[in-house]
Design a binder for this molecule. Structure first.
Ligand code: FCB
Length: 523
């Protein structure tokens, strides 16, 4: 059964004008889904997600070239404890065992990414051995009845292409489309769901503006150039994939914040929320769904050269219809025109790391200190405020109702009018797991986090959002980027000494949810 109608993206709806930002208010009333058993629509897709650099390891095997993350991990102070992805979860060698694990979790789909530097070590030349790894993985998944959901780019640009200019260079977009075509050539007979990019916000602004992710640059101009070229690469890749297979399900994954003004009656705070929403959400949503950059964003960043990169025809390519929008949600954030006590003047997270959505990923200062800055290319007057909500081990606020608001907004203003389905492609939480003497992990905090977010998804479905599936982040503990192996998001614990996988309480619970297509009543 096809879960997302192939070619569902309406090719008739003409791109419209950008939608102005309207702040919404946190949802405080309990809904019908708050406590009891919650059944999901028939055919709802249950999955778990990973990414190549975070789990594969085999960094120097099979002809793989360096990616920007390999190089970044060698920079003193870039990654906590100097960790890297050379071994990670050793998934490259253990993929059969990991697919068996997915079967035990009753997953209907597995969202993973391919490493561009594994299949094209110099970013341009196909490497049969690298392609063969993904071919074997896909066969294993299909043999287990698990739908492969392949993301082509989860942050690991081949270093050779970074040296040729990286994402700030226009040519990288064309190299990406070639890579997409190469992957389709190898796997298109078996992979039917293709996502181009994961979280271009992070690639552009954590990588080229904040300097907290690879390649570690700290320039607002480069971040904006990268954002445009990532979008162009997305559009070119969708065109290339659509040409090759008109029936494929195509899309990309964006990460979102829900920007709330600290004081909704203060126009300055509302404007801070508008600006935050523009550089985080609408900078990608409007080009993709409406074929134009938001006018207010263009004015906010007018001095930073974004418009100079936009050539005639680019926005038509970028707004090529897609079938599914992947939604990654961890939390939203309250913002104000004035700083909160304890927050740094540049608007980045407070020393306690409490404020800010998943755009704030400042590594702890245990190693040599590197220059970093806000991911926001225009951060002046946009200050994150902590709301005193419970925090995960990432310092991110636990805010399930934000997911309901996000999904209903996406349905109303972006995906809905163009007939694009929504799927939550990442949601989950890091907590400091305690391993019992028998090796078990009773992670009730993570279980409750996912339970509450699934109820929030159902609230959005009940409000009319066309949400077709949910992928937990993550199938297993893994390399959490600049935070190395210090943060654990898995439904499954990984013992990095022995590579043993131990399903956590949250994983056993999630397996029942997937089996029953329902969240059980809370005790
Ligand atoms: C997302 C990334 C994913 C993981 C989670 C915690 O931004 O896509 O790789 O790091 O955050």
């Amino acid at each position: 059964m096809t879960l997302i109608a192939p070619g569902a993206g309406a090719r008739t709806a003409a791109p419209g004008t950008p939608v102005p930002f309207t702040p919404s208010s946190p949802l405080t009333e309990p809904t019908a889904n708050a406590r009891g058993r919650v059944a999901f629509p028939e055919g709802f897709l249950w999955g778990a997600a990973t990414a190549a650099y975070q789990i594969e390891g085999a960094g120097a095997e099979g002809g793989r070239g360096d990616s920007i993350w390999d190089v970044f991990c060698r920079v003193p102070g870039a990654v906590v404890h100097g960790d890297d992805g050379m071994v990670a979860c050793d998934h490259y060698h253990r993929y059969r065992e990991d697919v068996a694990l997915m079967s035990r979790l009753n997953l209907g789909a597995y969202r993973f990414s391919s490493s561009w530097a594994r299949v094209m070590p110099d970013g341009r030349t196909p490497n049969p051995e690298g392609l063969d790894f993904y071919s074997r993985l896909v066969d294993e998944l299909l043999g287990a009845g698990i739908t492969p959901w392949l993301t082509l780019y989860h942050w690991d640009l081949p270093q050779a292409l970074e040296e040729a200019g990286g994402w700030p260079a226009r040519d990288t977009a064309y190299r990406f489309a070639d890579y997409a075509a190469t992957m389709h050539e190898a796997l298109g007979d078996r992979v039917k769901i293709w996502a181009t990019l994961n979280e271009p916000y992070c690639s552009a602004f954590l990588g080229y503006t904040a300097g907290v992710h690879a390649p570690g640059r700290t320039s607002p101009e480069l971040g904006l150039a990268a954002a445009h070229h990532l979008m162009l690469g997305h559009g070119l890749a969708v065109e290339a994939l659509r040409d090759r297979d008109p029936e494929a399900t195509l899309g990309l994954t964006l990460n979102f914040t829900v920007s709330d003004p600290v004081d909704p009656t203060d126009p300055a705070d509302v404007d801070a929320a508008r600006r935050d929403d523009a550089v985080f959400n609408r900078i990608f949503l409007d080009p993709i769904f409406r074929g134009a950059y938001p006018q207010d964003l263009l004015e906010d960043v007018a001095h930073l050269g974004l418009a100079d990169h936009v050539r005639p025809g680019d926005l038509e390519i970028i707004s090529t219809p897609i079938d599914v929008l992947g939604v990654n949600y961890y939390n939203g954030g309250a913002v104000s025109a004035t700083p909160q006590a304890g927050t740094r003047p540049d608007g980045t997270a407070s020393p306690e790391g409490t404020a800010g959505p998943d755009g704030e990923r400042t590594p702890d200062a245990s190693g040599p200190v590197r220059e970093t800055r806000s991911p926001n290319p225009v951060p002046d007057g946009v200050h994150p405020h902590s709301r005193g909500l419970p925090l995960t081990d990432m310092g991110w606020e636990v805010q399930p109702e934000g997911l309901t608001r996000l999904l209903t907004r996406l349905q109303r203003d972006y995906a809905g009018p163009r007939g694009t389905a929504l799927v939550v492609t990442e949601n989950g939480a890091a907590y400091p797991d305690v391993v019992e003497a028998d090796g078990s992990v009773d992670d009730q905090d993570r279980l409750e986090f996912i339970d509450r977010h699934l109820r929030a998804v159902k609230d959005a479905v009940d409000a009319g959002a066309d949400v077709r599936g949910y992928f937990a982040w993550s199938l297993m503990d893994n390399f959490e980027w600049a935070l190395g192996y210090t943060k654990r998001f898995g439904l499954t614990r990984v013992d990095y000494e022995t590579q043993e996988r131990i399903v956590k309480a949250s994983g056993r619970w999630y397996a029942e949810v997937a089996r029953d297509n329902a969240v059980p009543a809370q005790d």
